[in-house]
Design a protein around this ligand. Sequence first.
Ligand SMILES: Nc1ncnc2c1ncn2[C@@H]1O[C@H](COP(=O)(O)OP(=O)(O)O)[C@@H](O)[C@H]1O
Ligand SMILES: [Mg+2]
Length: 384
Amino acid sequence: MAIRVGLFFGGRSTEHEVSVITALGAYEHLDKNKYEVTPIYVSKTGDFYTNPKFLQLKNFKDVDSLLLSSTKINFSKGGLNSGGFFSKAITLDIAFLFFHGSFGEDGVIQGLLEMYKIPYTGFNVMGSAVAMDKVISKLVFQALGFNVAKFVSIGRNDWIKDSKNCLIEIKKKLKFPLIIKPADIGSTIGINRAKTDMDLEFNIEVAAVYSDKILIEEAFEGCIEVNCAALGYNDVIPSLCEMPIRSGETLSYEDKYLKGGKNAKSTGMASLSRKIPAPISQNLTKKIQETTVKIFKALEGCGVARIDYFVDVKKEKFYVNEINSPPGSLAFYLFELLPIGIKYSQLLDRIIEDGLKRFEDQKKTQYIFNSPLLSQMAKAGGIN
Ligand SMILES: Nc1ncnc2c1ncn2[C@@H]1O[C@H](COP(=O)(O)OP(=O)(O)O)[C@@H](O)[C@H]1O
Ligand SMILES: [Mg+2]
């Protein structure tokens, strides 16, 4: 019998569009003989819809009218159901999550699925939440013994209350040029460079539009960027390393997704220019691959994630920048060229298998405890 897979994508996130592209790119490679696919699209307002039309990118030309012809759905135990008089149950064997950014990559949807006992792909609630937060994840990378950029984190409310003091604090600890980032979004949205006090102030204001926490870090100069992915659940394997090619000082949204002009068929992160394998020594490649697997496991990884690094080639030194779970286009291009050659469709099979395995493992945990506490207290006459 076919496995019933819900493809979840879109979402109330600045990376909504990127999520649609990742999901529909993967759909093309899903084995339709093995899987019965139901698309679950989350609108920018955070509502859940289904409609077979969501499976083709060309239908997204006019999202408002697409939604009018779609069925709104709600969660129910083990799946979803369409509301109203003709309510229909959609039972799912697994939710395949393709979200990037808020409410999807950060543990929120994962928590909802746990409550409804629906198996899902990718990182669990804890791993997703830590991976999404660039400040907390840096603290974890450091605790694991890896190098990271020198950084300061400030809360938006502290900035609003006393920006002068925040600036003093930042300049006491860090040296220009600086990179300013919203702490918990991706795709280079809201990320800017500062060379002067004025840039710094302005770019903190920009980052504060997108997050209530702002990360300020020293810019790496003379370093290349190297990314490496990991795949698995109990058995985890690293991918090849890639060097993404940027057109300016920073790898931009345009570099990542809009290369090739307006009319080009975008394939999301897959269309970024890159060098595979990255031009670094074998020794460094091995160290980065080992680090990737270590971090993946520390975050109780499942499915696929990509970790981004800065590498000082001359000093043979690397710094961990961030982790993406799931990465744009699921980083399929980093697994295809491995000596064992994992095809895109096989990558998808493994991500689904891993999600199902984790769900089975959860059944080993007892979540309730039979306690005489309430009945005893009730007999004794209540709390006082
Ligand atoms: N400390 C840094 N020094 C230099 N460039 C940086 C630094 N941090 C980020 N960048 C640039 O900004 C890009 C996006 O930053 P990143 O932390 O990877 O966030 P995102 O989640 O948006 O990909 C990086 O790929 C890199 O080009
Ligand atoms: Mg990145």
